[in-house]
Design a protein. Structure first.
Length: 131
């Protein structure tokens, strides 16, 4: 049983039907399709992900900007402390930077990303989503 089979069973139990939009990345091959009466999959057109996914419309950029700032600050501090490898970063530290960067994404940034996405027909409803 794959994940879609399990999701289909859950949807059946909840008496719900959904449309799952899948990007056209190569890992999403024919195995993503199959007989799922409560779950329909559809691939979004190539090169449209950034147009319809709010995360690609500023949130990721905000996280990258903050994480890069933290990385540069760390490297500068370590360089001043004359460490041998001031640019060496372990995975735990990088994850910590990402966590801090995500925590620093403001409601305003999230609201603006949703507002600029093509997912919401009524752009005034963004405030209701983030309140």
């Amino acid at each position: 049983m794959n994940i879609l089979d399990g999701l289909n069973c859950t949807l059946r139990d909840q008496k719900r039907r959904i449309l799952l939009l899948i990007d056209n990345a190569s890992p999403h091959g024919p195995s993503e399709k199959g007989e799922h009466p409560y779950l329909r999959t559809s691939c979004i057109p190539p090169n449209t992900t950034a147009l319809i996914q709010p995360m690609d419309q500023g949130v990721i950029a905000a996280i990258k900007k903050r994480a890069l700032h933290l990385k540069n600050y760390s490297a500068a501090s370590r360089s001043l402390a004359e460490e041998k490898k001031p640019y060496h970063v372990d995975v735990a530290t990088a994850i910590g930077w990402l966590r801090e960067a995500w925590g620093g994404v403001s409601k305003t940034t999230l609201r603006n990303c949703w507002r600029h996405s093509s997912l919401l027909v009524d752009r005034t409803s963004v405030a209701a989503l983030t309140s």
